[in-house]
Design a protein. Sequence first.
Length: 395
Amino acid sequence: MNSPRVTLKPGKEQSLKRFHPWIFSGAIKHVEGSPTEGEVVQVYDPDDHFLAVGHFHTGSIAVRVLSFQQEEINTEFWTQRIAEALNLRKSAGLFPSGETSMFRLVHGEGDNLPGLIVDIYGSTAVIQCHSTGMYLARQAIARALIEIFDGNIKAVYDKSSSTLPRRENLHPSDGFIEGEGDTKGTFIENGHQFIVSFEQGQKTGFFLDQRENRHLLQSYAKGLSVLNTFAYTGGFSVYALAGGASEVTDVESSEAAVKALQQNINLNFSPTTNHKVLIADVFDYLRSTSEFFDIIVLDPPAFAKHKDALKNALQAYKRLNLAAIRRLKPGGLLFTFSCSQVVDKTDFRNAVFSASAISGREISILHQLSQPADHPINIYHPESEYLKGLVLKVK
């Protein structure tokens, strides 16, 4: 291998020996070969021992590790890694499946491919690159996807324009990079149908990480009134209605999302009078409503995307959970979540604890929730555990 070479400062190799996939700029002693943004580099300790190979980047995270073995990052590498990812999803029963046609295939560091997300929607793979290195490799990744799925994937759609941290010299634009097809379709999750737009939807089109938590809500919903806040396109609402909820109220501030939400409700159910949608700010709604509910779902967007916002985010989680607890009937359930990566499980639980204490009500934890198996957490990279959730029983 003739890749540029990165040498670490003494003692900075320890995290790599524990298989952490990030090398920060402050850990680097010197760089040989003048690597460009996204280029593959080899990493050595001060005693000239090989440590890893990865993508080089300017910024705080200087190298994202692709392998701790001294190997070429070529077609064989991408094919092997994506095959490993697919085998994990097969073992989880997600492929092939008659009940679910959309799932995550590659979850960045969780699948030892930092900077890469790949979601499967029927016969289309949607990729999002969060690093220049992965973006430069996107064509090789797309070809590997087509090969590994042996005809089951017909097209690959690249949706990286909004996720690349440095776009000045790349000029990314979203679109098909292998095959072609529609950017919108109907897909199933646990037997429920959802209309998904790769082009306009959040993330790659749908929040696939809440699949199992939505299914849990369905098991509790029979005969109960449900408030789904930050409802987006109605994932939790479809499951609640399928579970026999007596009434479902959605609160969502985006008119575009509400339109998609109503389409998903109509797709799964005949005309019904037990579902209503309110276009409103969730904080304002909870502050002003006089209604009480049996179940409330809090699935807000990330309140903190960087550590500087952590303090304010925790205050927001506390206010939101307190407002929801106050609108629950005695014996009600609160499904509450955080998808902020910088908010760890302890921080989130403490914010919910503070809200519970202020409410003065007796509260117990029934479930501690996380992301599903197709969003694996690298045990050496705790940052990949971004989704936290609790189900609370409120007396």
